[in-house]
Design a protein around this ligand. Structure first.
Ligand code: PLP
Length: 422
């Protein structure tokens, strides 16, 4: 890295080795400047669903680039955005009828929070609180950090984060405490929204909770007129086994955020879907009720065309079958770690598998994280543990032999690093 002016994300440049340049991506691989094929076992931070450079999506991008670059999205609209919005409404949980575009998961969440607060403001019954779940991650902007877990990542910004009500994570056997806490917060009549990552908390450590808890949270929210915001930025597009994770709870949120897999991971794009009720609260001859939000690159036509092509891939190809088969392979591999004392909390939801390596110092900043990364990197595997939490979330096209290799490496890593239970 010496000499490069680039400041990389979540990177301590004083400690990291020089970075290899990636010159090409293909299927489940990153190919570096030396021609080394690295298995992208975390889908380039969870965005690549089918595989890198899916031909139909890349072709749609090339075609859209013949007609468009960025187009202002106030005063004018365009076919890719219109077609995508209709397509999203068709496949999203029932009751979501409007689509607001932005350009990242964080902005999709910011939009969701503003929609919820704007809704109560505009109906003349303002509410001032937001409930969140412990260990959540919703992005790295000030607003999304406010609703996320507090810790070393945001200590410097703490004075600027707004206060929220935190539900305890629904640990097995203690689910009722989560529900009771939410009920108690709602009793104030001030909770505008509960924002949750459905079924699995990603960056917070791949923490999985049962769908029935989500269904109960929705019931409580409804009883108190509180809106449910489902942050499906990571869980969407098949990651948990269903297109959206909410489906497994049989619920429809009032607001749904989607981004990462929306374009199959090819281009940045996000969408916040909401009910007619929320849209209608902003619909008025009074301009003060306008939804005052925009990103410069809102609804980029080329990104929208990529997302339309992604929808077509879901319809034309056996994506569900690939997901099922990947989930079955995870299940098979995880069996061998279930009773292994070097690991704890062996778990899976759909295409995501995770397990905690038992080491003396746990937590995100434990030195084991970077050492594991280096260990995997030497084996041509991109695996980035969250502290001692090792997880695999590969693209759906991952080859059996590569998945075998990834699990072998996890086994080898445990032999090299595990200090046994404390
Ligand atoms: C990644 C992520 C975000 C933030 O998305 P960005 O595109 O990185 O801004 C928000 N919520 C969840 C659940 C995520 O996993």
């Amino acid at each position: 890295m010496s000499g490069s002016p680039v400041w990389h994300p979540f990177t301590q440049h004083a400690l990291e080795p020089a970075m290899k340049r990636i010159v090409r991506t293909e299927d489940a691989y990153l190919i570096d400047e030396d021609g080394t094929r690295i298995l992208d076992a975390i889908s380039s931070w969870w965005v690549i669903t089918h595989g890198h450079r899916h031909p139909a999506i890349m072709e749609a991008i090339r075609r859209a680039a013949e007609s468009y670059d960025q187009v202002i999205f106030a005063e004018y609209t365009h076919a890719p955005a219109e077609e995508l919005a209709r397509g999203l409404i068709e496949i999203a949980p029932a009751g979501l009828e409007h689509v607001f575009y932005s350009d990242s998961g964080s902005t999709a969440v910011e939009v969701a929070l503003k929609m919820a607060l704007g809704y109560f403001h505009n109906i003349g019954a303002p509410r001032s609180r937001v409930s969140v779940m412990e260990h959540s991650y919703h992005g790295d902007t000030i607003g999304t950090m406010s609703v996320g877990e507090r810790g070393v990542f945001n200590a410097a910004y703490e004075p600027f984060l707004f206060a929220v009500d935190r539900l305890p994570f629904p640990e097995a056997g203690r689910e009722q405490q989560t529900l009771d806490a939410f009920e108690a917060f709602c009793a104030s009549g001030q909770v505008a929204a509960l924002i949750v990552e459905p079924l699995i908390l990603g960056a917070g450590g791949m923490k999985i909770y049962p769908a029935v808890v989500l269904a109960e949270l929705k019931r409580i929210a409804e009883r108190h007129g509180t809106l449910l915001i489902a942050d499906e930025v990571m869980t969407g597009w098949g990651r948990t086994g269903t297109l959206f994770a909410c489906e497994q709870a049989g619920i429809a949120p009032d607001i749904l955020c989607t981004s990462k897999g929306l374009t199959g991971g090819a281009l940045p794009l996000a969408a916040t879907l909401c009910t007619a009720e929320i849209f209608d609260a902003h619909l008025s001859t009074d301009r003060c009720r306008t939804f005052f939000h925009s990103s410069s690159y809102t609804a980029n036509p080329i990104a929208c065309a990529a997302a339309v092509a992604n929808l077509a891939v879901w319809k034309a190809e056996p994506v569900g079958g690939r997901i099922e088969s990947l989930a079955a392979k995870h299940r098979h591999h995880l069996q061998r770690f279930g009773a292994d004392p070097r690991f704890a909390n062996v778990r899976q939801t759909g295409t995501i598998a995770a397990l905690d390596l038992c080491v003396p110092a746990e937590g995100y900043l434990s030195e084991v994280g970077p050492r594991l990364r280096a260990f995997f990197r030497e084996r041509r595997l991109l695996i980035r543990p969250l502290g001692n939490v090792i997880y695999l979330m590969p693209p759906y096209c991952v080859a059996d032999a590569d998945l075998d290799r990834a699990y072998e490496a996890i086994d080898a890593a445990a032999a090299a690093f595990s200090g046994g239970r404390l």
